[in-house]
Design a binder for this molecule. Structure first.
Ligand SMILES: Cc1cc2nc3c(=O)[nH]c(=O)nc-3n(C[C@H](O)[C@H](O)[C@H](O)COP(=O)(O)OP(=O)(O)OC[C@H]3O[C@@H](n4cnc5c(N)ncnc54)[C@H](O)[C@@H]3O)c2cc1C
Length: 470
C-alpha cells in the first residue's frame, strides 16, 4: 500500500502522529505539504507574518527530521482540491491520510475531497484530545456551558498514550522525489524574520513543554494571571501548529500532576481549548456572527481613529498599551492582557469585537480561529458561556492586581520606566513633580487616557442594557 500523508499545517511533527503511524504500518509513505498560493500571496503574508515565520521554521525542521529517517517532505503548490486527486494518480498512491480540521474552511475541503475520493481519503483525530462533536449532553445537544462540558470530559474520556516517533521511514521513489518543490524561505516570501517570535519546530516545542513541567507548572495556579511573570507554558503556538500534540501536553502534565495539584488549573485551560474547538465544530456560524442572538445588529462602532489608537497602544492606559505593544513586538500577549484589551476595545470604546479579533489574528503567532473567536466573544459578552456583558474590566485595578510592581508595563513602555510604582497604572494621577522626576510629559511622551473609565463604563452599560432589553 502506498499512502500520501498530508501535513496540513496543524500537525507539524513526527511523534504522536496517527496518520503517519497508520501509513507506516501499511507500507510506503509519501509525506506531503501543499503550499496553497492563496495562503502565500504577498498581501496575505504581510497580514500573517508571525504565523508564517513559525510555520516555515516548523516545516524546515519537519523536512530535516523526515530526511534523517530516510524519507522526504514532498512540497507541491496549488489548490488542494485539484492537486490531491491529481497527485494520487501521478504518484500511483492508493490513498491519502490527514488530520481532521475543525474550522469551516478546512471542513469544506474535507467534504469535497471525501465526496470525490471516498475511502481513499481518510481523516484522523489529533488536533484535539477528543473528536469534535463527540461529547454531547444526555439529550444529544451540544454543550453550551464550559463547566458541564469539562465535567463530562473528565468523567467520560480516557486519553491514551502518545505514539512514538518513527525511527526509520521508507525511501521515496526517485521519480516522486524529483517531483517536489523546495520549501520557500522567509526572504522568498518577502518576509523579514522577527527575532522576538518563538522558534517553531518539534524540538523547540518539546523543550518548552519540558521546561514548563519542571518549573512554572508547579506554580501555575498562583502565577498564571501575573502578566509580569513567566507563569504560563507558552505552548499556544506549538498547539496551534501541532509541533507538540495536545495529547503529549496532557499526558506530561498528568504525569507531573501526581506530585502537584497546582496543575489542575492548567488542565482546565486545555479543556477550554477543547471547548472552543468543539463550539466552532458545532456552530460554524460563530466566525461570522455572535453566539447570542440578542447581540445581532448590536450598535458597535467602527471608528477607525479609536481603533488605531487601541491597535498602536496609545490609549493612555498603561496596561492596555503595554499589552498592545507586546502583541506587535512578540506576536504574543498574556491571557489576562488579552482579556483586558478585548474588554477595553469592546466596552470602553464600544468597537465591534470582530475588528479586534481580526487585529489579533494579524499578529498572534498562536492565532487560531476557534480560540480567538471564543476569546473575543467571551470578552464582548456575546459568546457562548461568556462573561456577562455588564462586567467591565477596570484597566487600572487589573493592572495593579496582576502587574503589581508595573514590571510588565515598564518592559513594553520604556517611556514609563521611571514612573513610581504607585502611579504606574494611572500616571495622570501623579503630581507634576513626580512626573517631572520620572521624565514623563503627559500628552507628549505618553498620552492622557482617551476615555475616562467610569464614564466609558456607564456609556457601555446604557447602550447595552437598552439594546439587549429591546
Ligand atoms: C480575546 C482573546 C483571544 C484569544 N486568542 C487566542 C488565539 O488566537 N489562540 C490561542 O491559542 N489562544 C487564544 N486565547 C486564549 C489564551 O489567551 C492563550 O491560549 C494563552 O494566553 C496562551 O498562552 P500559554 O500557552 O502560555 O497559555 P497557558 O496558560 O499555558 O495555557 C495552556 C494552553 O491552554 C490553551 N488555553 C489557555 N487559555 C485558553 C482559553 N482561554 N481559551 C482557549 N484555550 C486556552 C492554549 O492552547 C494554551 O497554550 C485568547 C484569549 C482571549 C481572551
Amino acid at each position: 500500500m502506498r499512502t500520501i500523508v498530508w501535513y496540513r499545517g496543524k500537525d507539524l511533527r513526527l511523534s504522536d502522529h496517527p496518520p503517519l503511524r497508520r501509513a507506516l504500518l501499511e507500507g510506503e509513505v509519501l509525506p506531503l505539504f501543499i503550499l496553497d498560493p492563496r495562503f502565500v500571496a504577498r498581501d496575505r503574508v504581510e497580514h500573517h507574518t508571525h504565523r508564517i515565520q513559525f510555520l516555515l521554521d516548523s516545516l524546515g525542521e519537519l523536512a530535516d527530521g523526515l530526511a534523517k529517517r530516510g524519507s522526504k517532505l514532498l512540497v507541491q503548490r496549488g489548490d488542494p482540491l485539484e492537486l490531491v486527486p491529481e497527485l494520487l494518480e501521478r504518484w500511483s498512491a492508493d490513498r491519502i491520510v490527514a488530520h481532521r480540521r475543525v474550522e469551516p474552511g478546512g471542513r469544506k475541503v474535507d467534504r469535497s475531497l471525501r465526496a470525490r475520493l471516498g475511502e481513499r481519503f481518510e481523516l484522523f483525530e489529533g488536533e484535539t484530545l477528543l473528536a469534535p462533536g463527540q461529547l454531547r449532553t444526555s439529550q444529544g445537544d451540544p454543550y453550551r456551558v464550559f463547566t458541564p462540558f469539562s465535567r463530562a470530559f473528565m468523567e467520560r474520556c480516557e486519553i491514551g498514550l502518545p505514539l512514538p516517533t518513527p525511527q526509520r521511514l521508507p525511501a521515496i521513489p526517485a521519480a516522486i522525489s524529483r517531483d517536489s518543490l523546495g520549501l520557500p524561505s522567509c526572504a522568498q516570501l518577502g518576509l523579514d524574520p522577527n527575532p522576538a517570535i518563538l522558534s517553531g519546530g518539534e524540538r523547540a516545542g518539546r523543550e518548552r513543554l519540558r521546561r514548563f513541567t519542571r518549573g512554572p507548572a508547579m506554580r501555575y495556579a498562583r502565577d498564571r494571571d501575573r502578566m509580569d511573570k513567566l507563569g504560563t507554558s507558552r505552548l499556544s503556538a506549538d498547539l496551534k501548529f501541532g509541533t507538540v500534540s495536545v495529547r503529549q501536553v496532557w499526558t506530561s502534565i498528568q504525569a507531573a500532576q501526581a506530585e502537584a495539584t497546582a496543575l489542575d488549573p492548567f488542565c482546565r485551560q486545555l479543556l477550554w481549548r477543547e471547548f472552543t474547538h468543539n463550539l466552532l465544530w458545532e456552530f460554524p456560524r460563530l466566525l461570522a456572527e455572535p453566539f447570542r442572538p440578542q447581540f445581532r445588529g448590536f450598535p458597535w462602532s467602527a471608528d477607525s481613529e479609536l481603533l488605531s489608537t487601541w491597535q498602536e497602544g496609545r490609549t493612555g492606559y498603561p496596561i492596555v498599551d503595554a499589552a498592545m505593544r507586546q502583541l506587535r513586538v512578540e506576536g504574543f500577549m498574556h491571557n489576562r492582557a488579552r482579556m483586558i484589551t478585548a474588554s477595553f476595545l469592546t466596552k470602553h470604546l464600544l468597537i465591534d469585537y470582530r475588528l479586534g479579533e481580526a487585529h489579533f489574528m494579524r499578529y498572534l503567532t498562536d492565532g487560531d480561529p476557534a480560540q480567538n473567536n471564543a476569546g473575543w466573544q467571551w470578552s464582548a459578552g456575546c459568546g457562548c458561556d461568556a462573561q456577562p456583558y455588564f462586567r467591565v474590566f477596570n484597566p487600572i485595578t487589573q493592572g495593579r492586581k496582576f502587574d503589581p510592581d508595573g514590571a510588565y508595563v515598564r518592559r513594553y513602555l520604556p517611556e514609563l520606566a521611571r514612573v513610581p510604582t504607585r502611579y504606574i497604572h494611572a500616571p495622570w494621577t501623579a503630581d507634576p513633580g513626580a512626573l517631572a522626576t520620572a521624565g514623563l510629559q503627559l500628552g507628549r511622551s505618553f498620552p492622557y487616557p482617551i476615555v475616562e473609565h467610569r464614564t466609558a463604563r456607564e456609556r457601555f452599560l446604557a447602550v447595552a442594557s437598552q439594546y439587549l432589553r429591546a
